[in-house]
Design a protein around this ligand. Structure first.
Ligand code: ADP
Ligand code: ASP
Ligand code: MG
Length: 402
């Protein structure tokens, strides 16, 4: 007998018919003699709709109440799926965040799961299917919390870890992880196996098929994942330890995101301590700076500094830079119509010329690079947002991923 976590994302449970279809998949797994814990997302669009409602009520909606509101989406799906399974004569039961409980730590809207009581569910699994809401938990004060957008993936991985399951299957609306978003780049190819490191880079650089904190936890505890389709029977993508991966390709995938903004300060004094003065107040306000470029000064007295931050932090950052008397510069400009394009591949480590090939490809498309950052297995550039798909397609082709 095998114990499995099956996680179904928003599109997979997006309509009543789809929930009934999911019930059939779960029944089949249960009838094969497996012990099944199901983790569900809210129906597609539900969480966004609830966020919109909160904004109508107040642009400063109380964070505790926002978590109460947002967690309701997953609870609806739990009950509907349990009902659909009971209708098919399967003993199914939902276990809500406070009923387990799923314990979390951290701030509202952005907590993380630290523990779950496994006893009740383990007892129930002996003759039934347990259904757990993704994306949420309960703090030690007894408040409902949510764990960040796309967080049902993280719930599934936490369940796999804490219940010590034999597998963790992420059912979604595509049949695996592709070399780029298959809904935007139709020539993208499915990747059969991918390492945790590569998946972590891809997901944190924009491939939302897996939520990056979920991949991080899976990597930390060596929990193999499988991403597969709710709607076809094709084999999915296995995500696991990199020792088992074939490195014949330098680049495994191309990801993009439109979450960043770029700020340039010109006429900054070219002397020690100036960069620290700029970034210290940003750090204190928990503004994450991603890429930084400092030009060589032409007059040896002043220089320009360009850096990128999350687009959501743009106004706050500009306010800090304008109001802080320790920071001096001549001019400040910003651009929030930029995109970050990244190539990712464990094979990059051993392949020379990848950087040149990427820059040449973008130059051939007349795409200007505004900032660059690298790590061992990824290379990211910031470009104008309007060039996004053109750049992704070009890189996809030149790295032979089509
Ligand atoms: P779920 O609701 O099941 O969690 P998501 O919408 O969060 O599903 O993630 C699935 C989507 O991720 C796909 O529909 C696809 O458009 C997108 N995606 C982005 N990059 C990739 C990629 N490299 N491979 C597969 N899907 C990707
Ligand atoms: N419903 C939540 C969201 O839309 C969590 C999830 O779907 O994973 O972000
Ligand atoms: Mg998702």
């Amino acid at each position: 007998m095998v114990k499995k976590v099956l996680k179904f994302g928003g599109t997979s449970v997006g309509t009543i018919e789809r929930i009934q279809h999911v019930a059939k998949i779960v029944k089949k797994e249960h009838d094969s003699g497996n012990q099944i814990i199901v983790v569900v997302s809210a129906m597609a669009g539900k969480t966004n709709e609830l966020i919109k409602f909160s904004k109508v009520v107040s642009l400063n909606f109380d964070e505790r109440e926002l978590d109460v509101l947002l967690s309701s989406g997953e609870q609806v799906t739990c009950a509907l799926l349990a009902g659909a399974l009971i209708e098919q004569k399967i003993n199914a039961k939902s276990f809500l965040n406070w009923q387990l409980p799923i314990l979390t730590e951290g701030e509202h809207n952005n907590s993380r799961i630290v523990n779950m009581n496994t006893e009740k569910v383990n007892n129930f699994l002996k003759n039934g299917v347990a259904i757990i809401p993704g994306f949420q938990g309960i703090s030690k004060n007894g408040d409902i919390t949510t764990i960040g957008r796309g967080g049902s993936d993280a719930t599934a991985v936490a369940v796999a870890k804490l219940f010590n399951t034999d597998s963790c299957e992420i059912y979604t609306d595509v049949d695996g992880v592709y070399s780029s978003d298959p809904n935007k780049i139709p020539v993208a190819k499915k990747i059969n196996k991918i390492s945790y490191d590569e998946m972590l880079e891809l997901s944190s650089l924009g491939a939302k098929v897996m939520q990056s904190p979920a991949v991080q936890t899976a990597m930390m505890y060596n929990i193999p994942l499988e991403v597969k389709s709710t709607f076809t029977n094709r084999t999915g993508t296995k995500i696991f330890d990199q020792q088992n991966i074939d490195y014949s390709k330098s680049v495994t995938g191309v990801a993009y995101s439109k979450d960043d903004a770029k700020i340039t300060l010109t006429g900054v004094a070219d002397k020690p301590g100036v960069a620290a003065n700029i970034f210290e107040p940003l750090n204190k306000s928990q503004i994450n700076v991603d890429m930084v470029i400092q030009n060589i000064s032409s007059d040896e007295k002043t220089t320009d500094i360009t850096f990128t931050i999350k687009r959501d932090d743009l106004l706050k950052t500009i306010k800090i830079l304008k109001e802080n008397s320790n920071i001096s510069y001549k001019n400040i400009s910003h651009n929030d119509k930029v995109a970050k394009i990244s190539i990712v591949g464990a094979g990059m480590v051993s392949t020379p010329g990848v950087t040149y090939k990427m820059f040449r490809g973008l130059a051939d498309e007349k795409i200007n690079i505004l900032a660059i950052s690298t790590s061992e297995i990824k290379l990211s550039v910031i470009i104008e947002e309007e060039n996004t798909l053109n750049a992704v397609k070009k890189l996809h082709t030149i790295f032979e991923l089509d």
